[in-house]
Design a protein around this ligand. Structure first.
Ligand code: DX5
Ligand code: ZN
Length: 220
């Protein structure tokens, strides 16, 4: 696992042209992306429906980059095996979803995938503290999940990023801190200054005139 102080840029295919997702993933790879972020939505945990494990399988052969799968679904435990089989490298589940968080994180680890835990803007940092010694990545959502193209929620989320960084250092833990939602050339630096190192961006990268330049700008 790469160290949690290295800045990692992860384009979200949610904002790509799904009709040619293979080419879109290759484009991100060639533009210098580090990971590919896949936003799975079930229309129940979040208002939107996106794609399932078969879409992850469709993406897999087109890149060797880490597939960072974000499950915005009510029962991640129920579908975990399918996302592992589909070729996910990292799987992130929501603390607010209806599952046994400890059991799900353990199962992700046993499958050889990176263990990610996500919390929504309205969820207090205290909710994830019991699990921080069992994860490889904490995803602090910087928008209300469900749709790309929303605005970065600085006040509600940056204190949690800073708290996650402080907790990691105080307890000698090793987890990436990822942000997702409204991340662009400006907000990426605010997130970085507070302690985030994995930057998920959909609209600002897939909508950029030159993705390679946009990724470079995000590296700071
Ligand atoms: C949850 C999704 C989005 C997406 C990124 O809604 O996780 O945050 O990845 O969206 P942008 O970068 O377009 O705000
Ligand atoms: Zn996401």
């Amino acid at each position: 696992m790469s160290d949690c102080n290295t800045r990692i840029i992860a384009p979200s295919v949610l904002a790509s042209d799904w009709g040619q997702v293979g080419a879109e993933v290759k484009r991100a790879d060639e533009a210098g992306a580090d990971w590919i972020h896949l936003d799975v939505m079930d229309g129940h945990f979040v208002e939107n429906i996106s794609f399932g494990p078969q879409f992850v399988s469709a993406v897999r052969p087109h890149t060797k980059l880490t597939l960072d799968v974000h499950l915005m679904i009510t029962r991640p435990d129920k579908y975990l095996a399918e996302f592992v089989k589909a070729g996910s490298d990292r799987i992130t589940v929501h603390v607010e979803a209806e599952h046994d968080v400890v059991g799900t994180l353990a199962a992700i680890g046993e499958a050889g995938c990176g263990r990610g835990l996500a919390l929504n803007p309205a969820t207090p940092f205290e909710m994830v503290v019991p699990f921080l010694d069992q994860i490889d990545l904490l995803l602090v959502m910087t928008v209300v999940p469900g749709f790309g193209g929303q605005s970065f929620m600085k006040e509600e989320t940056m204190p949690k990023v800073a708290a996650a960084k402080a907790y990691r250092e105080e307890h000698g833990l090793e987890y990436h801190i990822e942000v997702d939602g409204g991340i662009d050339a400006e907000t990426v630096h605010i997130a970085g200054e507070n302690g985030a190192n994995v930057m998920v961006a959909g609209t600002s990268l897939y909508g950029a005139p030159d993705m390679a330049v946009a990724i470079q700008e995000m590296r700071g």
